[in-house]
Design a protein around this ligand. Structure first.
Ligand code: ADP
Ligand code: NI
Length: 215
């Protein structure tokens, strides 16, 4: 085990995170991790809760081994993260918290009963903020394209189980502003939510432009 200071450890975690997202779509690339890290550190400062170092590491590693991109095999996030952090000399307590955040952060896999630490609340808010606003729109269409989903299936708002990317707005994105944990994230989410609504309004306006229904 090497002796490293916190800055050196963060650089080590960044290097690992950069390589780990190579196979993901570009909405889940290094830049997503970097934005989530920056948002999380901003929230930590504004709310003054949670351990900053844990939050930074957890933000950088929150999407390691995301189920959406898993190709099968027996490499699991827990082992990857714990081996890497041990190598960097990170303590067991921080490592366990980072693993918990990675495991339970996702919208789909969130267990209703888990007790959320301050670090968990902050990183989850940061990840959710990056799914809304202008960046959220870009990421949704990028992911939809990656899956070759339809942009929009008329007359099927919601309930279509993410068959189209516009459908995904109703299935998930428009719900996120009411799911924020911290007051600072709620405020930011409200602004980003308005961007989603404005986007949808313009989208329908253009979709229906010059349609016979409008005459
Ligand atoms: P989490 O980070 O909670 O796991 P997801 O991985 O489900 O959340 O979503 C991450 C990103 O991928 C978000 O920007 C989200 O909008 C996008 N995404 C996920 N599923 C879809 C889908 N069916 N259509 C379009 N975008 C999607
Ligand atoms: Ni994420």
């Amino acid at each position: 085990m090497k002796e490293m200071n916190e800055n050196q450890i963060i650089i080590g975690v960044e290097d690992f995170a950069k390589v780990s997202t190579n196979e993901f779509d570009s909405g889940h690339d290094w830049w997503h991790l970097n934005r989530v890290r920056n948002l999380a550190l901003h929230l930590q400062q504004a709310e003054n809760i949670g351990n900053r170092f844990t939050i930074e590491i957890a933000a950088l590693l929150h999407d390691i081994d995301d189920k959406k991109f898993r190709k099968g095999g027996d490499v699991v996030a827990e082992t990857l993260i714990s081996d890497m952090l041990q190598e960097l000399g990170v303590g067991e307590g921080i490592t366990q918290e980072v693993i918990r955040i990675n495991k339970y952060i996702s919208f789909s896999s969130e267990a209703k009963t888990i007790i959320k630490s301050s670090e968990f609340l902050i990183v989850q808010d940061a990840d959710r903020l990056d799914a809304i606003g202008a960046i959220g729109v870009a990421r949704a269409f990028n992911y939809g394209g990656f899956r070759n989903n339809a942009i929009y299936i008329p007359d099927s708002k919601g309930s279509e189980k993410d068959a189209s990317t516009i459908g995904h707005f109703y299935d998930k994105l428009l719900k996120l502003k009411d799911m924020m944990n911290t007051p600072t994230a709620k405020k930011l989410a409200e602004k980003r939510h308005i961007i989603l609504e404005q986007f949808l309004n313009k989208f329908y306006e253009e979709w229906n432009f010059a349609s016979p229904d409008n005459h």
